[in-house]
Design a protein around this ligand. Structure first.
Ligand code: ZN
Length: 266
């Protein structure tokens, strides 16, 4: 079975010095491709280096809303240069009104500039959204979007919005974290996702699955738990169980969806 991780952060500093070991574990469970999302200018070069070293890595470059204040005057040109160098997606981009003390000012401008770039080049865009779904929907409706679609990673918006977002071209990716008992609302929303718009993700090193499903326990230097990217197999198993589908059938569907969304990049 070939597995596809629609969203992780293998370049994260918390994984420093351990990437070869992590990738070996991913190979052992059948990970065929993972989309590694940069979050700001300072980690884009690491994402590029990983993509050059490892064919399993599909690079994605973007400014995450948490880091927009760090952007240089040249950030957009830097992003374009990277997209010229290597077949890549755009992300992680987005909007966040959840994180305490994070200014909202500037987020929409940075998000829209990157969405425009993805639309112009027809690249997949990976979008983070917390507590501002109505506004995101409005912006997506009013602006050009990539013809191939875009990914709402760890979709935690209302179930009722799924059909309207799907009509705009949305794919929805499910993280292992939503298998936690208290994430029932988020889990249930995925029952509204059209079968051809579903993807799975780890968001490693974040969004741990429940302890009993964590097959690759990992901690950082300070002993804090990290989500191992090879927990992707636990996401497949947990989601298949949740929707009552055979994991092989789920895997075949996710592979098709992944190739439609992230395949054929130039
Ligand atoms: Zn992420």
């Amino acid at each position: 079975m070939k597995l596809y991780d629609a969203h992780n952060h293998l370049q994260d500093d918390r994984f420093a010095g351990r990437r070869a070991e992590l990738l070996a574990a991913c190979a052992s469970i059948g990970v065929a491709r993972m989309v590694v999302n940069g979050a700001c200018e300072s980690d884009w070069p690491q994402v590029l280096a990983l993509a050059r070293q490892t064919p399993v890595v599909l690079p994605s470059f973007g400014y995450h809303p948490w880091y927009v204040a760090e952007r240089s005057a040249d950030w957009l040109r830097e992003l374009e240069k990277l997209l010229d160098q290597v077949p890549a997606a755009v992300g992680e981009i987005g909007l966040d009104r959840w994180k305490p003390d994070l200014p909202y000012a500037g987020q929409e401008e940075v998000f829209l500039a990157q969405l425009r770039l993805a639309a112009e080049r027809n690249l997949p865009a990976s979008i983070h959204c917390l507590q501002t779904w109505g506004r995101l929907h409005e912006l997506l409706r009013e602006h050009p979007r990539p013809a191939r679609g875009f990914l709402l990673h760890s979709y935690g918006g209302p179930a009722e919005m799924v059909p309207a977002l799907a009509r705009l071209g949305a794919y929805f990716s499910f993280p292992g974290y939503f298998l936690q008992a208290r994430k029932q609302r988020q889990r249930e929303s995925f029952k509204q996702v059209p079968p051809n718009r579903l993807l799975l993700e780890t968001d490693a090193p974040d969004q741990l699955p429940p302890t009993e499903r964590n097959r690759f326990p990992l901690t950082d230097a300070a002993g804090q738990p990290l989500n191992h990217p090879a927990n992707l197999s636990a996401v497949y198993a947990g989601f298949a169980e949740f929707v009552g589908e055979k994991v092989e059938a789920l895997a075949a569907r996710v592979e098709e969806n992944f190739q439609r969304m992230f395949g054929g990049l130039k």
